[in-house]
Design a protein around this ligand. Structure first.
Ligand code: PMM
Length: 270
């Protein structure tokens, strides 16, 4: 279970809430206490249409929070596509690199990860936020995401990253329309056949807002998508996902405890 901590003014889900360092640190500790195995810190919004920030801004947002949370013993991942940010974050105490570009955005990332010997979450990605929804064209989204993730894995291995360090992620909402996200949910087992742990990260995403739209068609606001998020987490874990990345750790922990206690079998995977 990964808890999300965006130290950004503009993320769609929690943007602006944790810009103050003390608020961010407190929330990170709280998520750890609620059962997060990792707290995922991001300093650049990846919401559709977002403009990029420069590396210095990204580093200055995340580093002080990483230092304090690492000192408090909270296991951390750094959510970045930049090798320089990943290297600085690892130096400051992050244990895992979560790269939404799967290594595509920065050719130097693979070496940073290989040298650090740390786990690397490779997400399916086709382009930066500003243009990504134009790239959401597929004949068979699951087959294409699977094939493109296999390429990312091959590139990571060729750069010297150990296979047991890799996690793959279908990248819900990244160059994906709602119908693509639902296909990936329904056929998660096909991604598991690549033989790597799969992370599922649907939390508060806009396709859930669209699903829950009001009578006037307006999407449900991001902070009111928790029950739907929890449902996606249970479905994903039951289908064999290795982990989920969520904003509301407590709700998902509770739901997964119910699922585990029920003895319901996993449908596929480990
Ligand atoms: N989604 C966001 C950010 N980082 N990382 C991974 N591995 N997978 C995702 O789907 C993903 C991510 C989107 O923004 P958020 O931080 O507000 O959830």
């Amino acid at each position: 279970m990964i808890g999300v901590l965006n130290v950004t003014p503009d993320s769609f889900s929690d943007g602006g809430r944790y810009v103050r360092r003390s608020d961010a640190v407190q929330h990170g500790i709280e998520m750890r206490e609620q059962g997060a195995d990792l707290v995922d810190i991001g300093g650049e919004s990846t919401r559709p249409g977002a403009e990029r920030v420069d590396a210095d801004t990204e580093v200055s947002r995340v580093l002080p929070v990483i230092r304090e949370l690492a000192a408090a013993g909270v296991p951390l991942s750094i959510d970045t596509t930049r090798a320089s940010v990943a290297a600085a974050a690892i130096e400051a105490g992050a244990a895992v690199v979560n790269d939404v570009s799967g290594g595509l955005a920065d050719p130097a990332m693979a070496k940073v990860v290989a040298d650090a010997g740390c786990p690397w979450i490779l997400m399916h990605w086709r382009g930066h936020s500003r243009q990504m929804q134009d790239l959401a064209t597929y004949h068979d989204v699951v087959a294409e995401v699977r094939a493109e993730l296999a390429q990312r894995v091959d590139q990571a291995l060729a750069a010297g990253v150990r296979p047991d360090r890799l996690v793959i992620d279908p990248g819900l909402g990244f160059a994906k329309k709602a119908e693509h996200n639902w296909q990936l949910t329904q056929r998660l087992g096909e991604l598991l056949t690549l033989g790597y742990p799969v992370l599922f990260a649907a939390s508060r995403k806009s396709y859930l807002g669209a699903l829950l739209a009001g009578p006037d068609g307006s999407p449900r606001p991001a902070d009111q998508r928790e029950a739907a998020t929890i449902a996606t987490s249970v479905l994903a874990v039951a289908a064999g996902a290795w982990g989920v990345r969520v904003h509301d750790v407590r709700g998902t922990v509770d739901a997964l405890k119910v699922w585990a206690a029920s003895g319901a079998p996993r449908l596929a995977g480990s």
